[in-house]
Design a protein around this ligand. Sequence first.
Ligand SMILES: [Zn+2]
Length: 652
Amino acid sequence: MKRLSLFKIFFMTHIVFMTILINDAIFRWSGISFYMTFREFLPNLAMMILIFTLMAMLIAVILKLIEILGKSITKRLGIAIGFGMLYAWSFLVVVSVLMVKYLKFWIDSFTSVPYWNIFRFVVLVMILVCASVLTWKLRERLITSITERLKPVFWVFLLISLCSILVAGHHIFQRGGQASPSPARVSHVDSSKPNIILVTFDALSARDMSLNGYERITTPFLEEFVKESHLFTRFHANSNFTTTSLASMLTSKYPWAHQIYHLEGVSEVIRKENLAKVLRENGYTTMAFVANNAVNPLQMDIVKDFDILVPYYKMWFPSRISTSLILIASRELDNYFYITRRWLEFYFHKIFSWGDTANSEFPIHLAFDSFFDQVTTIRKPFFAWIHLMPPHAPYLPPEPHKNTFAGKLEMASSQAQQNFRWGPYPLSQQSEIDSLRKRYDEFILYCDAELKGFVNRLKENRLYDQSLLILSSDHGEMFERGYYTHGGPYLYEPLVHIPMIIHEPGQTHGTQIDTLSEFIDLAPTLLDYIEIPIPKWMEGESFLTVMRGGTPSTRFKFSMWFEKNRSLNHPITTGTVAIFEGDFKLIHYIKENRSELYNLSVDPKEEHDLIDEETQVAQWLKSTILERIQQINATRMESRKRKNEPAITNEK
Ligand SMILES: [Zn+2]
C-alpha cells in the first residue's frame, strides 16, 4: 500500500475525536442544563470542539511522522509493515470500542444493567477479530472505503469545527477583558478592626472528631485549642454537598433561596449578595485560598469580590507536569470559558493521574503557604477564606499519620479506594467501607496536625491576637446505612453535623455552646462581631449573643438537598429537607412524601424513628417544611410567568 496522505490520517483522527466529544457533550449538558442556558453553554462547547480539532490535527501529524520514520526503519530491516492498514485497523477498533462504550452508557443510564465485567472482555475480543477480518478482506481498498463511506460524516464534523471558530470568537469579543476586583466603596478604613481568618475543611464530619467524643483520637490539637475558643456542639451545614453548603455560608441564605444545587452551580443571587462583597465594601481586604475548584470564587463568579485570589491549582500537586499544563490552559480559559476549562481538566487528570501512586494529594501546607505569602504585604484588616481539600476522598494521609488506624495494606492507595463508588453500597461491603473510614480518620488527624502548625505560624506572625479565627467544614462524610461519602438524598448527622470553632483575639478561656446553630448564621455573626450592619438579605441570625452567654432564639434550622431540581426558576419537586427544633430533627423526602423523626438528645445516631410515636411534633415540623416549599414555589412560578419561560417539569 502506498503512503497515506496527511489529510486521510486527519480524516480518521478528527472523526474519532469528534465522536468522543459529542457523547461527552450530551452527558455534560444533561448536568449543566440545571443551572445554565444552552446559549451560555454553547461558547464553551465551541471552544472544546476547537481544542479537540487542534488535537486531532496534532495527532495526525505525529502519526504521519511515525509512518515516515517507521517506513524508513522497517525498509532497512527488510520487514514490510503496512502503516495504512495498521492505522485503518486501529480506526475500526477505536470507533467500535467507543460505540460499544456509549451504547453501554446509554443503556446503563436508563436501566440498572450491572457492570459488564466478563462481557467487556468478550466484546473487546469480538471487536478485535471483526476489525482484523475486515482489514484482511478489504486490504488495499480499506482506506478508500473508509474515507468514501464516512465522507459526509467528516465534512459535517469539519463544518461544526469551522462554525466553532465563529461562536468562540464572538464570545471572546463580546465578553471583553479580564474581570478585576470592583473598587471598594469605603472612604476610611478602620484598621483597629480584627482580621477574619476562616478555615473550612472539605467533608470534615463533626462525628469523626475526638473533640466531639469520637472513639479514635483524631483531633488532639483541637482538643487543646478549644480550651481557649468557643466550641459549637450542635452546628449544622445547610446541605450535604460542597457547592450548595458553601454558597449558603457565603450568602447567608438557605439553598432553596440561593438555588445553587449542583457541582458547577452559579446563580445571580451569589453574584449580588455575598459575605466577601459586604466585607470588601466596608474596607476589608478580601482574600481567597480555595483549594476545591468547584467552589473557587472563579467558579462561583464572585472574583470581583476578592482583592487576592490564589488559583486552586497552586494548592494541588505542585510538582507534576499535569499541574503546569492545567495552569497554562486555565489561565486564559478561566476568563472566558470556565466550563471548557473544567472539561479539559477532567481529561488532563484522566491522562496524568494514571498510574499515580502519590501518598498525599492536596497537601494542606500549600494553601497555608500561599496565605502567609500574601498576608505580609496587604492592607489590614483583612478577610481570608482558606478552603482545604482534606479530609475529602481520596483519603491519602501522609506520614506519620498514615497507618495510625488502618493496617499497612488497608485501602492504602488512591486506586484501591477508587474501586468504591460514591453513593449507595451493598451492606456486604461494610468491612471495606470501615477500612476506608480508618483512612478518613487518619486524614483528619493530618488536618489537625497541620492546623497546629498554622496556629503557631499565626502566632509567630503576630496575627493570632489580631484575628478572629474560625474553623469549620462544608459538610460531613458517611460510612454507614449503605451510603458512602456525601451528597445524595440523606441528611443524617454524619453528613450535616459539622465542626464550628471560633477563637476571638486574645481569648484565653474556652466555652462550649450547645445551642442549635447553622452555617447561614456565620456571616451575620461575623458582621455583628466587627460592628458592620447585617444586610436584610441575610437569612441567618447572629449567634454573638449566645457566644456572650445570652439566650438563644427559637428559630427553626434547616438543611436540604435538591440536586434533581432545576435551579433556573423551577419549582422544588424532589429532594430532602431536614428541620431542627430543640432536640427534634425531622427529615422529609419530598417526592416520596415520607418523613423520619429523631430525638437527637437521646438518640444521636438516629436509630429510633419516632414518626409514629410523636405524631403531633412530626405533623408540626412537616407542615412547616411544606409551607416553606409552597411559598418558594409560588414565588418561582410568579417570576417565571414574568420572564415568560416555558414550563419544564422534572418528571422523567
Ligand atoms: Zn465538600
